[in-house]
Design a protein around this ligand. Sequence first.
Ligand SMILES: NC(=O)c1ccc[n+]([C@@H]2O[C@H](COP(=O)([O-])OP(=O)(O)OC[C@H]3O[C@@H](n4cnc5c(N)ncnc54)[C@H](OP(=O)(O)O)[C@@H]3O)[C@@H](O)[C@H]2O)c1
Length: 351
Amino acid sequence: MVTTLHTQTNTTVRLARRPSGMPEDNDWSIADEPVERPDPGEVLVETLYVSVDPAMRAWVSGAQTYRAPVNPGDIMPAAAAGRVIESRDAALEVGDLVTGDLGVQRYAVRPARVLERITAPVDALPEHLGVLGIAGITAYIGLHDIGRLKPGDTLVVSGAAGAVGSAAGQIARAFGARVIGIAGGEEKCRYVVDDLGFDACLDHRDPELASALSAAAPKGIDVYFDNVGGDVLEAALDNLARGARIILCGAVSQYNSERMAGPSNYMELLIKRASMTGFVVFDHRDRFDQARAELSALLSRGELRADLHIRQGLHQFPTALRDLFTGTNRGKVLLKTTTNNADRAENGATR
Ligand SMILES: NC(=O)c1ccc[n+]([C@@H]2O[C@H](COP(=O)([O-])OP(=O)(O)OC[C@H]3O[C@@H](n4cnc5c(N)ncnc54)[C@H](OP(=O)(O)O)[C@@H]3O)[C@@H](O)[C@H]2O)c1
């Protein structure tokens, strides 16, 4: 057995109690615990980056989602990337970089078979948790497999400055669609048009959002990529083209609510012969390689920009999660587990 473990202490972030409304710092407990050691078939991984995702709020609510609920006392699950520092399985060697559900903690023991080896430099790990990870792949599969996007379609994307939405809009534009983003505030909308290259962007705080959408998409919306639900979904339903497809990806505006509000105008689906399809990206694993290959090609041609919003240190987990609900982020929200002075200076900044 080879190991490069230099400490016996693991920092863990456990759910302390179920949040009510916007998550608070005290909803999690952060502690130092002994590092577990791997059994045969397992590896010990040092976590370097942790993905922070809106769905985490639903996992801790106690409600049934597409995965088992997280209970008080559990280590917070999370997709993460790290380095193998002890291996008891021939498939992975010390020094290998991997991604998988490592949880919000500094060290994780996992079976080698549930981890994916990343053959890229360590600097590329954030990208593998973002645009080449679940966020980018969700955007790709949502548009092509669920939304059946065609060149020339008018696509509307909510959460347009976020990880999934920014990728969806840029992929669609490169594919030949006309793309209208929806984001929070004038400044974010400028970013969506000027930096991400969308054709237009509307502010979801505008009380006249439905009229603004009607002006921006006078022939109606062919495909709506819904990341936020709520009032924005209602405004989109009011502006569908005949035969429209709605990609039900998520409902960020509802995750902090006790009871999710559905759209009162859902009969627009009938009137416009439209469909609304929910999907969970993990059901489409057979499409991941193709999605990654096409996302990599877009990145290398400079047609896809993937900004990162990185907070430093595991203790920042509750803040990073709130960033998603206050709209503080542009692009993918990550936690970097280690900190240094240069990192502290850019804490929470977009890069
Ligand atoms: N179906 C799947 O398999 C799958 C997989 C991954 C992710 N998802 C879903 O994809 C969506 C986007 O995830 P992400 O990781 O890319 O997050 P994100 O878009 O990077 O961050 C969330 C964004 O939501 C917006 N927002 C927050 N509260 C809002 C509200 N009340 N009304 C309108 N917008 C609001 C904020 O932007 P503004 O400043 O613009 O408001 C914020 O930046 C989520 O719904 C997530 O659950 C689904």
